[in-house]
Ligand binder design. Sequence first.
Ligand SMILES: [Zn+2]
Length: 393
Amino acid sequence: MSVRERDGILVSIVKEYYARTELLLPEDFRLREFAMQPFGSTTYVRHLSFNSLSELKRVVLERVPKHLYVSSARYRDPSYPDMAMKGWLGSDLVFDIDADHLPQCEEMVKEYRICKRCGEIADTNSDSCPRCGSKDFIELSYIPFKCVDNAKEELLKLLDALENELGFREWRIAFSGHRGFHVVVPLRGSDALIDGEMRRELVSYLKLEGVDVGSMLPVERKRRGRSIITLPPHLRSFGYRRRVAQQLVSLLSDECKPILELKLSEYERLRKCAEEIGSVIHEAVRRAAIYVDEKVTMDISRLIRIPKSINGKSGWLCIPLSVNEVQDFEISEETVSPIPNHELVVKLVVSIPRMDIAGFVVEGVKGEVLKLPSSVALYLAFKELAKVINVKR
Ligand SMILES: [Zn+2]
């Protein structure tokens, strides 16, 4: 049986979706490299370039990609396989926030090894299946979907820092289609030529690495016979000090909060609050740090998932979002499914642990047939835990 036949219904759902969808591309897409991973293939087709949207659509419908990417870089000739021959013209600035890499979510990530032969759910310490001894596993990593809300908080912090600390005015935001968000800041001219190391330093700044916490504490000194107290971060500070002050708002008592607005001038109260600020400043800095994936930002030839394409890790849409849409964004059948409000009948290929997928709790044993909302069914099918056997409208 060919791969196409085995994935038959899945491939036709994806193909039908792309037939009626306009992908969202950067205006200068002719200067960018495209890459895709077709269904049933473990390798990527890279160094593609397109002169028109219709040309891209034709290839997408022909190859039916499981993953579809465009480069953050612009090239003189994006179709050359060799980087030097491509002629690099500069790259946008890319940020990736992934829920499973956030400190507050890392401990909630659950990793499983599910036996392909008998369906047994084992943990990642098992080299072979505890029930049948097989070494053929599906690796599954699961995080509670509320962790995506943490990623959203992180995204809002990042957007605020990009605008108010780094002075950027323009960006493209997208839900990745799995459990995180992408932000692409278009860079032009010489700005686009900054190297990986400079991009890494930007990440280090956002993460507040090496910040001198002591310098943020109010310290009393005598100068020319007068007593002076240095100010802690406040809401009119510049740079990351403002970001730290925003976190202090929820950490300081009502008595000391006015300091953040610079409304407190009496030395006695500032002295009194100095100790309180000292007791919470480390926590404020920790909360103010923005956890973006350093590897992604540093990479000047990064491939970025194309907004409105389907994420092959989940079967969900990569969704472009405006700043105003971020706050209310939630993973649901309506938002993430390429065929919302359809039900799919699936047969479980292996047993699955209890999981909350897009707000729907599911679990089951190998061979079980389930009728599920499309977002849940596609998630299981793209993770190769289930096979779609029928579509109900
Ligand atoms: Zn087994």
